[in-house]
Design a protein around this ligand. Structure first.
Ligand code: ATP
Length: 270
């Protein structure tokens, strides 16, 4: 909602143990955690701490979760906004929101600023087509670039941004000193899906005979968000059938339901 464009979220309790799979991405963001916790270690040797990293991957793969976990592990505030919230803003509003965001972040440094769906404001600037909404998007993007250049590398503000389309981003965003690092966040393979089931099954009262390897095998192409959905849906199906625990059949029914939803979605977008 519009009111949530920028706020400090209180769920910095998220840590790496909540993020299953994503082994390489975790190793890369661990460096960011270390920058936040021990900035002097880097600055004393004359190193410049990067200002931002881009998390790139399909929807629902845990980009937001990973960014929150970085803040949680470093025990710093997490500020977030979504690029898509800026799309229909009045002239001047987007840029001033970005300014406010960075002002607050600098006051609360060290901290993480997370920009979800950065492509909504960060698409390559095209030849002007005369649409004022496009001009406004460019104002917002320009303000973001200005802010990123405006604070020193040792200001303690690290910006993580997420996109599923790094290829359409304005090259200015990817230049050295801005989002010059890209971290790939891909759909989970079978072993990773098993680990993601492991995280989300903890909340459920399960049939002890349930086999997570079997569930991972039944869910090729599912994202972490899809798997979280399957687990929740299975619990609802079991409850509807007045069961005392969630069983294999409930998961199979839930998987069918999620696959049905995914197929409908694909049809709409084709
Ligand atoms: P989007 O691009 O749609 O914003 P995203 O990549 O930011 O998606 P998240 O919002 O982080 O994805 O994921 C949604 C939810 O799915 C998470 O809150 C979590 O419950 C679950 N999830 C996704 N990936 C993982 C994972 N790797 N481990 C555990 N849970 C996950």
């Amino acid at each position: 909602s519009k009111a949530r464009i920028f706020d400090k979220e209180n769920d910095t309790k998220v840590t790496f143990k909540d993020v299953a799979g994503l082994g390489e991405a975790k190793v890369e963001v661990m460096e960011v955690v270390d920058f936040l916790k021990n900035p002097q270690k880097y600055s004393e040797l004359g190193g410049k701490i990067p200002k931002g990293a881009l998390l790139v991957g399909p929807p629902g793969t845990g980009k937001t979760l990973l960014a929150k976990a970085v803040a949680g592990e470093a025990n710093v505030p997490f500020f977030s906004m979504s690029g898509s919230d800026f799309v229909e803003m009045f002239v001047g509003v987007g840029a001033s929101r970005v300014r406010d965001l960075f002002k607050q972040a600098k006051d609360k440094a060290p901290c993480i600023v997370f920009i979800d769906e950065i492509d909504a404001i960060g698409r390559a600037r095209s030849k002007n087509n005369g649409w004022s909404s496009n001009d406004e998007r460019e104002n917002t993007l320009n303000q973001l670039l200005t802010e990123m250049d405006g604070f020193g590398t040792n200001a303690g503000v690290i910006i993580l941004a997420a996109t599923n389309r790094a290829d359409i981003l304005d090259k200015a965003l990817l230049r050295a000193g801005r989002f010059d690092r890209q971290i790939q966040v891909d759909l989970p393979e079978i072993k990773e899906r098993e680990a993601i089931f492991g995280v989300h099954l903890q909340k459920l009262k399960l049939d002890p005979a349930l086999d997570t390897a079997f569930l991972a095998k039944q869910t090729p192409g599912f994202s972490g968000a899809d798997i979280a959905n399957v687990c929740n849906e299975a619990a609802l199906i079991a409850a509807r059938n007045n069961k005392a625990q969630v069983e294999k059949q409930d998961f199979l029914d839930a998987i069918d339901r999620i696959i049905g939803g995914l197929e409908r979605k694909n049809k709409v977008y084709k």
